[in-house]
Design a protein. Structure first.
Length: 472
């Protein structure tokens, strides 16, 4: 422990010029001489400065190193203006077809002037912690601290560690409460396990799930963010270092002793996430949380220490004030491991039944155009809940095959096959262009064939035809 001479010397060097000129230099005078000077009735000015130095300078420089620190602490930049932070997350925008022949359609102009506003969601986080930790020291206690070789250090340690440690411990509880409130107000994606990992078998099952999610969250998805947040979230490959696994003590011990130790070729350093112990996750059944450091929306608004001197009681009271924002982002991947019921993602199954084309018949002048609208028909069924109104049977993509025949002559049931030139074709927007050399009365038959491939079963192709008659 630091002795009184060292403490006095540290305060002396940090003091004002007047303090250094008046107060005996501890390196050249005894502790008793310095004490006698400070407690003389006419020297209260220097005694008060010494008290401030002792608790505001020395405490920070020497005692601060032995303070309790919140193990979950992850702070963003301090809040300098206002008391509310706005967090915005944008959804992906829809792809539109590129048109290299722009300007030939009436809608081209209107589309050019259309406003494509981004869609997304907003979360607001406000300053919500207003804590103050007062602690008092009187002159009698300060005078007594000079009587033992390390008394000043012990006094500072006893007095100043208390508010700092209290603030840090309370902050640790705030962080845990954030997890509980996030579940209550938003909801985590939950992975169910039949039992907490407590042996090699359950530990390896848990490890397999962790490895799976560590890869899955690198792909944009709306599944692993807050259940009420409808925006895609992900982390990039070079951001894996920001992943954190919060583990309760017994589960962490199981992984260290029963699981990782049995996998002799696996180095813990190979884990794609940082493991952080947490004494309890305040959600029934939960024992682990995999997320990123961006989950915490926490920032300091004001952290300060001020003092007030009461001459009536000869005490100086120090006020350690902590004002800050403590919240969580709903727009980051976060997976909760629990023995309670897990999240059942909605799976929509599409069953196709056919293909239609509109119009099925039409008259088009030579050199004209007609739009052919293909629609894949079928049904949608959801494994959980109802199918949203925005979901449709898709995709409607098709290929086109064109044949033609001349108009039937008098007394004939059908005309002769007709070879079409390159001016008659269907473009990638489904527009049939009729060449100017196609004879009047000819019939162009367009056969549409689906390109949809069933990703989880047998694929059935469907055809539909449109008969187009050429007019003057």
């Amino acid at each position: 422990m630091v002795d009184n001479t060292t403490v006095l010397q540290a305060c002396y060097l940090a003091g004002s010029t007047d303090f250094q000129q008046r107060v005996p230099d501890p390196s050249q005078h005894s502790v008793a001489q310095v004490q006698k000077f400070l407690f003389q009735p006419m020297n209260k000015k220097y005694r008060n400065e010494f008290i401030d130095l002792l608790f505001n300078v020395f405490a920070v420089q020497m005692v601060h190193q032995r303070m309790y620190r919140n193990p979950l602490k992850k702070k963003r930049a301090d809040i300098d203006y206002g008391t509310t932070v706005q967090e915005i997350a944008l959804d992906f925008c829809k792809a539109h077809s590129y048109k290299d022949d722009w300007g030939h359609r009436p809608e081209d102009i209107t589309n050019l002037l259309k406003v494509y506003r981004p869609t997304g969601e907003v979360a607001y986080h406000s300053v919500n912690r207003y804590d103050q930790y007062p602690i008092s020291i009187n002159d009698m206690e300060l005078r007594g601290a000079f009587q033992t070789p390390t008394g000043l250090n012990a006094l500072v340690n006893a007095v100043m560690n208390v508010p700092y440690n209290s603030g840090e411990y309370d902050e640790y509880q705030y962080y845990k409460q954030i997890i509980a409130e996030h579940e209550y107000y938003h909801g985590f994606y939950k992975h169910h396990m039949d039992a907490r990992p407590n042996d090699e078998t359950t530990g390896k099952e848990f490890l397999r799930a962790l490895r799976m999610y560590a890869d899955l969250i690198t792909v944009p998805t709306k599944l692993y963010n807050a259940t009420d947040a409808n925006v895609p979230v992900w982390i990039n490959e070079d951001e894996r270092a920001s992943m954190v696994l919060y583990l309760e003590a017994d589960v962490k011990a199981t992984l260290d002793v029963d699981t990782l130790s049995s996998v002799f070729h696996l180095d813990k350093a190979e884990s794609p996430y940082r493991i952080q112990f947490i004494d309890s996750i305040p959600i029934p059944g939960a024992f682990a949380l995999l997320t990123t450091e961006d989950f915490w929306m926490c920032a300091d608004y004001d952290v300060s220490t001020e003092d007030f001197r009461n001459p009536q009681t000869k005490t100086t009271t120090y006020y350690y004030t902590v004002i800050g924002m403590y919240s969580a982002s709903p727009f980051v991947p976060a997976i909760l491991f629990t023995t309670a019921e897990g999240t059942t993602p909605q799976v929509v199954t599409q069953t196709t039944t056919g293909l239609t084309v509109t119009p099925a018949t039409a008259n088009v002048a030579r050199g004209g155009q007609v739009a052919l609208v293909a629609s894949l028909t079928g049904t949608l069924a959801a494994s959980v809940g109802a199918v949203g109104s925005v979901l449709q049977v898709a995709p409607d993509s098709v290929t086109y095959a064109l044949t033609a025949e001349t108009a039937a002559g008098e007394g004939e049931e059908e005309g002769e096959p007709l070879q079409l030139d390159v001016d008659t074709y269907v473009d990638r927007f489904g527009i049939l262009h009729v060449g100017s050399t196609v004879p009047v009365g000819a019939t162009i038959t367009v056969t549409l064939t689906t390109t949809y491939v069933n990703p989880s079963g047998e694929t059935t192709q469907y055809d539909a035809t449109a008969a187009i008659t050429v007019t003057e």
